[in-house]
Design a protein around this ligand. Sequence first.
Ligand SMILES: [Fe+2]
Ligand SMILES: [Fe+2]
Length: 168
Amino acid sequence: MGFFSKDIKTLDDLFIHTLRDIYYAEKQIEKSLPKMIDKATDPQLKAGFEKHLTQTKGHIERVEQVFELHGVKAKTVNCPAIDGILAEADEVSGDVDDKEVLDAALIASAQAVEHYEITRYGTLIAWARQLGRSDCANVLARNLKEEEATDRKLTEIAESKVNLQAAE
Ligand SMILES: [Fe+2]
Ligand SMILES: [Fe+2]
């Protein structure tokens, strides 16, 4: 089902399509985080990625819960946007030689991922509320809260030390 395919007729169809998009994205992120954990040098950054991997498994479960609440089958649709963000993350980190600069690059890539998730969850929550599904919106809001906290934490790690060390 393509984004502009005629299979999407209503806001409810669009909500389900976008839920399948974030379901795919979360699963790809779950696959990518172990690589980022391996590459990170700063212990706080490594621990932060480990924590977010655990949270990401929870995000997948919550998205499955929303599929169930909404009475539709949990399935994915390809999301070229997250594929591109993750491919670029891989490519850039492969090109960085210095460990401390690599940490700065990993944070930048991870924040691009978080911002993608934040925009998707923000939209899904708004549409769920519009569709009268505050039950779905509340579950999605729990994921959004964790993505936002992760994004803030990454900014803090970058600005308090990783960027300074990378600039040395
Ligand atoms: Fe997530
Ligand atoms: Fe995330």
